[in-house]
Design a protein around this ligand. Structure first.
Ligand code: FES
Length: 117
């Protein structure tokens, strides 16, 4: 089953670019150039983009039009990047965000061994 968004209520019909590789939490994955990062991740089955700072609650796509902050991730080292309005590019790095840092830098054993395991 295709998980990609093909019709968007605001953006209209989504055009696919060429297939490119990028890194998601250290793994090489593929998406279509120009599609939103959130869409490429959704197609891969990734629904959690970040964890809140205090209660470690998972967040993912909510508005999908750049109005909330639920989809933010660390993209090319820049935290708080709205992935629903950031286009996939060849070689970019995308990391799950915990608070305002990449999950890979989190030393909290609750996150490492529980919520994010
Ligand atoms: S899902 Fe709301 S800003 Fe991206």
């Amino acid at each position: 089953m295709e998980r990609r968004i093909t019709e968007h209520p605001i953006l209209g019909t989504i055009e696919k670019g060429r297939k490119v590789s990028f890194t998601y939490d250290g793994k090489t994955v593929e998406g279509y150039e120009g599609e939103p990062v959130a869409e490429a991740l959704k197609a891969l089955g990734v629904m959690v983009h970040r964890y809140t700072t205090k209660k470690h609650r998972p967040r993912g796509i909510f508005c999908a039009i750049g109005r909330c902050t639920d989809c933010v991730m660390v993209v090319d080292g820049v935290p708080n990047t709205r992935t629903c309005i950031t286009s996939v590019r060849e070689g970019m790095t995308v990391e799950t965000q915990v608070g305002v840092v990449p999950a890979s830098q989190v030393k909290d054993t609750v996150l490492k061994g529980g919520i994010m395991a």
